[in-house]
Design a binder for this molecule. Structure first.
Ligand SMILES: C[S@@+](CC[C@H](N)C(=O)[O-])C[C@H]1O[C@@H](n2cnc3c(N)ncnc32)[C@H](O)[C@@H]1O
Length: 235
């Protein structure tokens, strides 16, 4: 392996191990996303996980919904490979697809989808593309199908932004003190080229309006913590 691929492997390993430790409320947010999917466990369903990353959420869905098939979309083949590994016990119930959500053909011929979920990923899309993707996603959902996503949002009150930032810093300091992570790892993580890609945080009202204009109903916010919010909707 050349130095570049060794570096990438190391960066991915670090991200996979540490991301959930340094994002405030990561587990709680995942719990709420999962709990919004009220499908009977015995019903065969098809779910999409947009920007599935290392497959944390996909694997929980596969565990809780034993008849579900999850299609995990990500534009990084090396990350998807790790998601495949994490979900290997579920066999072909997880299908990893290398797709760029910035391209309007990301869905290709995928139809009859029961739910679309996404955590900490859609804020990588420029706002106009994010809006379009919601329209494309809504069109692919079955009637009664669900949308559940969780992202960072820009708060109107700057105090909220500041408190969130302070909590992030505090969380990292706690993990350092507890020895769960080293200062060197945090340094490397903050220079991660994957995490440092551009982010486009919109405000929650904007996102709600995109879901409504795409024809989705009962658009709501089942959970919010400072700059983080989960948004759900039904077709
Ligand atoms: C911060 S990670 C979150 C991963 C996972 N959803 C989680 O919560 O652990 C964001 C993921 O979105 C993916 N991503 C970013 N931009 C993307 C795009 N344009 N198309 C597909 N995936 C993208 C990244 O590769 C990364 O795996």
């Amino acid at each position: 392996m050349d130095k570049k691929s060794v570096d990438l492997e190391y960066e991915l390993e670090l991200l996979e191990d540490l991301y959930e430790l340094v994002v405030p409320k990561f587990r709680e947010a995942n719990d709420i996303v999962v709990s919004m999917l009220d499908f009977p466990a015995d019903r065969p369903i098809r779910l999409l996980d947009l920007g599935c990353g290392f497959g944390h959420l996909s694997s929980r869905l596969l565990e809780i919904l034993p008849n579900a098939k999850v299609f995990g979309f990500d534009n990084q083949p090396a990350i998807l490979q790790r998601a495949q590994k994490r979900t290997q016990e579920f066999g072909d119930r997880f299908v990893g697809l290398v797709r760029d959500l910035n391209e309007s053909n990301w869905l290709q011929e995928m139809r009859e989808i029961d739910a679309i979920v996404s955590t900490f990923a859609l804020d990588y899309l420029p706002p106009e593309r994010h809006r379009q993707l919601i329209h494309e996603a809504a069109a692919s959902l079955q009637n009664g199908g669900r949308w559940v996503s969780c992202e960072f949002f820009r708060a109107k009150d700057d105090r909220i932004n500041r408190v969130f930032h302070d909590i992030e810093v505090q969380l990292v300091q706690d993990k350092l003190r507890q020895g769960e992570v080293s200062a060197e790892e945090i340094d490397q993580l903050s220079n991660s080229s994957l995490l440092r890609q551009s982010h486009y945080v919109v405000d929650v009202a904007q996102k709600l309006s995109w879901l409504q204009e795409a024809g989705l109903k009962t658009v709501d916010i089942p959970w919010k913590f400072l700059n983080l919010a989960i948004i759900c909707a039904v077709k």
